[in-house]
Design a protein around this ligand. Structure first.
Ligand SMILES: CC(C)(COP(=O)(O)OP(=O)(O)OC[C@H]1O[C@@H](n2cnc3c(N)ncnc32)[C@H](O)[C@@H]1OP(=O)(O)O)[C@@H](O)C(=O)NCCC(=O)NCCS
Length: 169
């Protein structure tokens, strides 16, 4: 399995994999609303391939949490991540996350949030601690809102609304 940065020419194969992994109604989810109009963090988006065939994909997006107490925090949104169903359970998902999260850490990013199963993402250090007061622009299962500090910091309560960082001022 080879991991490499995502290229524009991967787009169609990635969309097809996401449809297979999540189903065709995937774009109705709150995470998609958050990502609308936002450019992914290109240097962190990555695919796994074998013999030039796409086997997995992971993306990251720049977000801002407008804290209720004032101020704002930059965070990365991880997702979607998907692995070809035929090779699930072979470690590709964890490999995709570990390599890209390490790159993000080296680049100085700190907080990463995602919407997913604690049982899975807890394996690489994601937790619910601090996310109870975090709101998305659409409905989301609060128990699936997870966060991890890449710089080893304690995560303070993230009480506020998350929005895409559109870099448009
Ligand atoms: C979730 C997903 C990315 C995991 O990728 P993967 O390459 O199969 O996962 P890995 O091989 O790295 O890890 C497999 C382990 O995680 C466990 N696991 C996978 N998905 C899990 C989940 N949702 N909850 C709890 N455990 C999970 C597996 O049971 C396996 O456990 P084991 O090591 O004890 O056997 C992949 O299954 C997938 O694309 N699923 C459909 C899309 C999806 O749900 N994406 C995540 C959105 S939250």
């Amino acid at each position: 399995m080879t991991l490499r940065p995502t290229r524009p020419s991967d787009h169609a194969a990635i969309e097809a994999l996401l449809d297979r992994a999540f189903g065709l109604d995937r774009t109705s989810k709150a995470a998609y609303r958050l990502r609308e109009g936002v450019q992914p963090v290109a240097e962190l988006c990555c695919i796994a391939e074998e013999n030039s065939v796409l086997k997995g994909t992971i993306s990251y997006w720049p977000m801002i949490i407008d804290l209720d107490t004032g101020g704002a925090v930059d965070v990365l949104l991880l997702g979607p991540i998907a692995v070809e169903p035929a090779i699930s359970g072979q470690g590709v998902g964890i490999q995709l996350m570990e390599e890209t999260l390490e790159k993000a850490r080296q680049q100085g990013h700190d907080l990463v949030i995602l919407v997913g199963d604690l049982d899975y993402y807890g394996r690489i250090g994601f937790s619910r601690d601090g996310t109870a007061g975090l709101r998305l622009p659409g409905p989301v299962d609060q128990d699936r809102l997870l966060v991890k500090s890449l710089q080893g910091n304690e995560v303070n309560d993230l009480t506020g609304l998350i929005r895409g960082n559109r870099h448009d001022g």
